[in-house]
Design a protein around this ligand. Structure first.
Ligand SMILES: CC(C)(COP(=O)(O)OP(=O)(O)OC[C@H]1O[C@@H](n2cnc3c(N)ncnc32)[C@H](O)[C@@H]1OP(=O)(O)O)[C@@H](O)C(=O)NCCC(=O)NCCSC(=O)C[C@H](O)C(=O)O
Ligand code: MG
Length: 290
């Protein structure tokens, strides 16, 4: 069975917020993004860098993937952030506002020069119109790049778009990035939901993201973890249906047929592949201890 890394819930926390960095060690997030970019004020950048890198190197986050979001390439903090992050050796460095394959190649080289361990991947944030239009070249630029992360706040800002239920103004960009991620075999995470007091609206957006095909969603508050983990995990019904699909197809094959039906629906090889993916994800979530 294929090994899958669950990335249902990926929680940002401001690098200057010691309490949040500590609290995240016990929260049920699949991954954390220790942020040095937007959530940190300019005069707190240096202190946040030290805190975040110490936290990432501490090993205190258990099974959670630990990533560091550095400031963007064109900022005065980028080089020092990248150096410190490379030395801390997190699971990934999250890079905001990546706009081309060339930038990914430069990041790859910079991580090597700064002595990052091989295990440290690049997660590229796609959050500008240029990135939407070049999503495939960005996603496919490097094997070290393993995840695309949607930055829907920046995207809406750049598009002059409004935040509306259902996200119609953003769907073109989301779709392009999903196509790029799947075409190049990379994981992809949906953007954040800003209203932490609106859990119903948040859950509706999780459902939309899952229906689109995202692997998970980026989050900004602990209250968003439970609905997100639930929506992005296969339900008990999906697991049962997946098993039925596999069994029905195996039986059809044994009888010399290449097609079966389950509850009146046609089942072919491709449905079996999907059923196996769902079971592998459910297994990975269970082994991670939830
Ligand atoms: C959104 C917040 C500013 C809300 O803060 P606050 O009102 O203080 O929250 P609470 O009092 O409800 O907090 C309750 C407890 O939970 C802890 N907490 C809160 N948020 C986090 C977190 N993100 N990670 C871990 N722990 C968290 C508090 O410490 C409280 O703990 P306790 O003391 O035990 O009660 C705040 O949630 C926040 O700052 N969130 C993260 C914001 C952030 O990181 N933003 C940047 C990333 S989003 C982005 O940039 C997207 C992208 O680039 C784009 O373009 O879209
Ligand atoms: Mg952004």
């Amino acid at each position: 069975m294929t090994t899958i890394r669950p990335r249902r819930s990926v929680l940002y926390m401001p690098g200057a917020n010691e309490r949040a960095l500590e609290k995240a060690r016990t929260l049920p997030a699949d991954a954390v993004i220790l942020d040095l970019e937007d959530a940190v004020a300019p005069d707190a950048k240096e202190q946040a860098r030290e805190r975040v890198c110490a936290a990432a190197a501490s090993g205190a986050y258990g099974r959670r993937e630990v990533t560091i979001r550095v400031n963007a390439v064109d900022t005065e903090w980028h080089d020092a952030d990248l150096h410190a992050a490379a030395q801390a050796g997190p699971d990934a460095v999250v890079v905001p506002k990546v706009g081309s394959a060339r930038e990914v190649h430069e990041l790859e080289r910079a991580l090597e020069l700064h002595g990052a361990p091989e295990r440290t991947a690049i997660w590229a944030m796609v959050e500008t119109p240029a990135a939407m239009l070049r999503a495939e070249e960005i996603a496919g630029a490097s094997e070290r790049l393993t995840v695309l992360v949607m930055g829907t706040n920046d995207l809406a800002k750049e598009l002059h778009a409004e935040f509306v239920p259902g996200r119609a103004p953003l769907l073109g960009g989301l779709s392009l990035c999903l196509l790029a991620a799947r075409a190049t075999g990379k994981a992809i995470l949906d953007g954040v939901y800003n209203d932490v007091s609106d859990l119903a609206g948040f859950e509706a957006e999780c459902v939309q993201g899952r229906q689109f095909g995202f692997d998970g969603k980026t989050l900004i508050h602990p209250s968003q973890l439970e609905p997100c983990n639930r929506v992005f995990a296969p339900s008990a019904e999906e697991v049962a249906r997946s098993r039925q699909i596999i069994e029905a197809f195996e039986q059809a094959k044994a009888e010399g047929r290449g097609v079966a039906t389950v509850h009146g629906r046609m089942i072919e090889n491709l449905h079996v592949d999907n059923a196996r993916r769902i079971l592998a994800l459910a297994d990975a979530i269970e082994s991670a201890g939830e």
